[in-house]
Design a protein. Sequence first.
Length: 368
Amino acid sequence: MCIRDSSLTEEQQILSRTAREFLEAECPTTVVREAENSEKGYLPDLWKKMANLGWLGVSLPENYGGTGGSLTDQTVLFEEIGRALVPGPMLTSSVLAAQILLDSRNETQKQNLLPGIANGDLIVTLARGERLETSSDDTGIVLSGESLFVPFAGVASHIICATRPAVGAWPDTTLVVVDTDADKIFKTRLESIANYPQYLVEFDDISIPSNAVLGGIAEGRPSLDAALQRAMVIQCAETLGRAQKVLEMVVQYAGDRVQFGRPIATFQAVQHRCADLKVAVDSCRMLVYQAAWRLDQDMPAHNEVSMAKAKAGILSRTATEAGHSIFAGISFTVEHDMQLYSSRAKISEANFGDTGYHLDQISIAVER
């Protein structure tokens, strides 16, 4: 039993166990590699199976096609998803975009999009570049500009755009949802680690209907910030799952690998590497579940989320260093599974602010 299990409900323990069993059968690393080498970046068959299990709507209310679970439930699930390196837009669509939509006052868009997100028919992503602007003219709202690093834009049915005001327009963030089939949207795939699907998306003065605004003009910042906090917790849960798996991999390998007539697990340097990783995993786990619990209780959690994200970034490095050190040179080859974990560790550390950024946020809070 890990430190997490004693605090989970029986239902959450069942969710964790059944998710692991399913993913061990349906998402071995051969499937991960297949998705990595595909144009879409995920496998539609696996995506639909996860939707049928209720995973894509685990934290959505039942009236929108979800299962009515909590953020902690979602955290438990994503720890297993991270462990198995599950490919696909679950974080951006089922967590980030879904939460923005859920918090909006736009019932039309909720009914149009949330059930489709939950059943896997729709994929919604988020664009939030500084050069993304909305303004008004005689016909209504106009969206223009570009956004870098938009995940899974190539397969998304809709994009939620977090826009800044153009000169002379409203003073704060406005969230609008755009159908990717609309004219004058241009998507360019970017090169990235592990062939992760990220895009430059350009919007060439697109007219936006009034019912596409989420939460009102210049009122999008609270919904965006709340969704980002939840997404950061889930990102940390994925990191936890990956690091836990790396720990298990290196411990098994160290017990099997013999050098100088004895297993390398008997060498003190290897033992310390494994011990350091175990401490890092368990300490990060406590911070992640603390942040999830506070958000579930509608309590302020800005500091707790930043602590979890900073610790998860440190954990990513610790797991990567331990894995490559113990597996040694072969782990740097594309054929070895360790590189699948280390490449994704780098992506997740940079996402939603890197370790340095969140340490700065913590220091600001401490100084107040």
